[in-house]
Design a protein around this ligand. Structure first.
Ligand SMILES: Nc1ncnc2c1ncn2[C@@H]1O[C@H](COP(=O)(O)OP(=O)(O)OP(=O)(O)O)[C@@H](O)[C@H]1O
Length: 317
């Protein structure tokens, strides 16, 4: 079996104008990627970067405008049905049937794939257990919390035992605890050999789940690698975050620039970031320069810093 599960070269998605006054819009602008079987691969980027458009092309529900795309060794343009039968898709909106019970949602979905009643029944029981929803099986979907709905949507996407699971922003809108439960379930799936492809604008999610990822911005890939590789390449080991009193940040930045530390300083509206190998030493240097921050925090560099270095913007506004 090939190790490559999907591959794109020069992939483009251009949408037609929404109305007479607007122009066509290129949401995905010539991207290349190779997804390996068994890995968790992420598309990280802010809203509008083109992540969902890319996912919809991989899911064979939106045809590419240009470039080549192969999924499971097949061409989505001609083999969409065959590919979709081997995919699991978790869309941004849960799209569950709120009139039906939790279990019925799984059963109905299984029928789309033409599975036998016995098999669907068997898998529904296993998937409810996997999604930690066994005790909710008879409840209507509208009684579920956001986290439970997401878990049910993931369970539903697994009914056909997919080789490749596509997740579009799996934890957007969930509280921290619900996100952690979901990460744990996704991690288990990966251990079972399911290839995961996800989009996210949360850098902690990308760091937790992804073996490799691409960073997207404005329809293009601006960097790719493992989270650790990206951080090593585009950030420093540590970051010193300094917050100043109202109106004091500009003067502090000026002082730091004059001190010529050689380190990169980023100004955000509410704080400044000092990229350095040794955060504590940088803080001592700041004090020695006479700076008096209201708060000072030394932390490990993250993918958020990578994105900021590459685009000059933060991931989540
Ligand atoms: N059917 C469409 N017609 C025209 N423009 C579209 C269409 N779908 C998406 N777009 C535009 O393409 C751009 C990329 O959208 P896409 O949904 O792929 O981005 P994204 O990175 O997934 O962001 P989000 O997190 O908001 O989903 C956006 O500016 C969006 O408005």
């Amino acid at each position: 079996m090939s190790d490559v599960i999907a591959q794109a070269t020069g992939l483009v998605k251009t949408y037609p104008p929404r109305d007479k006054r607007s122009a066509p819009f290129t949401a995905v602008d010539g991207i290349d990627f190779t997804l390996q079987r068994g890995e968790a691969f992420g598309f990280l980027g802010p809203n509008g970067a083109g992540k969902s458009s890319t996912m919809r092309m991989i899911a064979c529900v939106s045809p590419p405008t240009a470039g080549t795309l192969r999924v499971l060794g097949l061409d989505p343009a001609t083999d969409g049905r065959r590919i979709r039968a081997r995919l699991g898709v978790v869309p941004q909106d849960d799209a569950l049937d709120s009139e039906l019970s939790v279990r019925e949602n799984l059963l109905i979905y299984g029928r789309y794939f033409g599975l036998s009643t016995r098999l669907i029944d068997e898998r529904a029981t296993q998937l409810l257990d996997f999604a930690q929803l066994t005790d909710k099986a008879a409840e209507r979907v509208d009684a579920l919390s956001g986290g439970m709905r997401r878990r049910l949507t993931i369970a539903r996407s697994l009914i056909n035992e997919p080789e490749l699971l596509l997740l579009d922003e799996p934890t957007t809108g969930l509280d921290p605890q619900a996100r952690h439960v979901l990460w744990d379930r996704l991690f288990r799936l990966k251990q079972q050999g399911v290839t995961l492809v996800l989009t996210t604008h949360y850098m902690d999610e990308a760091e937790q789940l992804c073996d490799r990822l691409v960073v997207m911005d404005g329809g293009k890939i601006v960097a790719q690698g493992s989270p650790a590789e990206l951080i090593a390449k585009h950030a420093t080991r540590e970051v010193l975050e300094l917050r100043f009193g109202i109106g004091e940040q500009a003067a502090a930045v000026e002082k730091l620039r004059q001190a010529r530390t050689g380190d990169r300083i980023e100004e955000l509206p509410d704080r400044l970031l000092w990229y350095t190998a040794e955060g504590d030493a940088a803080l001592a240097a700041a004090h020695a320069l006479g700076l008096t921050p209201v708060t000072a925090l030394v932390r490990r560099a993250s993918l958020e810093d990578v994105f900021l270095a590459l685009t000059g913007r933060t991931l989540v506004d």
